[in-house]
Design a protein around this ligand. Sequence first.
Ligand SMILES: [Zn+2]
Length: 204
Amino acid sequence: MTCLLCDKSLDDQPTWQHFLGIQEDTSACPTCLVKFERIDQVIEDDRLDSVHSLYAYNEAAREYLHQFKFMQDVALAQIFSPSLRSVLNDSKKIVVPIPMHPINKRKRTFSQVDALLEAAKIPYQSLLEKTTESVMGEKSRSERLAMTELFRVTADIDSNEAIYVLVDDIYTTGTTLRHAAEALKQRGVHRVEAVTLFRPMREK
Ligand SMILES: [Zn+2]
């Protein structure tokens, strides 16, 4: 087996998991993994009861997302499987991936968030559908606020009492997650949390 990020052989180097005595799928070498800065930042947001971001959006993260999203290297989904499993292992919570717009999905051939969850073998429910193209950067603030909904709930909500956990690759302005949370709350869901792989950190 070779490291998915640098192609070096994984056989001749000890992995963190081996150190800890845990049998985990080893898909990247320690030298590559150490470049990702684990932050585990948990914040509260306007419409979200909590947002847990796992890693800083640093240079390694940028390269990773570029390779994963735009070069369509679906194998890269495995790299974060152990970390995602560790925070999404609560069977009482319902995991809901942030979907991509159908047009983008056709262009990119796979949904990155679904791929991350599938690689980690985390059960999820695709309850949301995007309703508008996300070209937020090209709109003024008032135009953005006037856009009423970005997501539609496409299936029945089984339990209002369950905790729903939105999953996305990156938390930047939070607009996407807030709109998704709002769509679920309008259908009677009481508590919506979120987990994102990356979050940009302010320069110190
Ligand atoms: Zn490597």
